[in-house]
Design a protein around this ligand. Sequence first.
Ligand code: SAM
Length: 242
Amino acid sequence: MDGELLEEQLAYYRARAAEYDEWFLRQGRYDRGPEWNRRWFSELEEVRRELGSFGPTGQVLELACGTGLWTVELVRYADRVTAVDASPEVLEINRARLEEFRTETPVRYVRADLFDWRPDEAYDVVFFGFWLSHVPPGRFDAFWELVRSALKPGGRAFFVDSLRTETWAEKQLLGRDPQGHTTARRLNDGREFRIVKIFYEPGDLERRLADLGWRFSVRTTENHLLYGFGELRAQAIRRRRY
Ligand SMILES: C[S@@+](CC[C@H](N)C(=O)[O-])C[C@H]1O[C@@H](n2cnc3c(N)ncnc32)[C@H](O)[C@@H]1O
């Protein structure tokens, strides 16, 4: 089915581990000039504030944790964080970043493929940053079922992702892809990989999540980010438990 694509996507993130933060920090080829960068950082700050108001407290599960750019936010609020990713390379960077951060909050690392991983405990909060857009459309429901299965009754979820594509070249590629959900990504050394990349409209996403039993609020920042938070409706929790 989409197994090869998902392998290539993971191979891309493994190979990109050491250069991943350049994108987030707008360095090197991701530097889009002072005005663009200023907006990016200010919109990230807006989402960090929203995450703070949401309050990722208690036992927190971070899916596709990457190099720890959001793990450092979660440890400010959580009693404990379990951080899952399939790439040992990013987990190593995450661990080093958290050590440098000198948090008191324990972080447990799990190396696992999210497309066949089942949580081994229940959490108060599930968080995922820049991951939903990499879940193939045919796996959308199963992914949200994974989130549901990881939560304690009354548990909550928060995600952040890209609002829309950043470059004209990527738009062209998405346009040419008949299914509209894959795109090409290049590493600093020129190697190219195909990955899944899906952009959601807030209203559509809210409706789809409502159909799956979630009460979610999905919002955007002015240019760059989509984020959302919510919980399962009571009936949906009952459906799971009985
Ligand atoms: C776009 S990055 C997001 C990282 C981090 N959440 C952030 O916002 O900086 C996607 C992450 O998903 C991980 N990943 C890719 N395929 C995966 C899979 N099948 N299972 C678990 N993690 C996977 C990659 O290793 C990478 O760290």
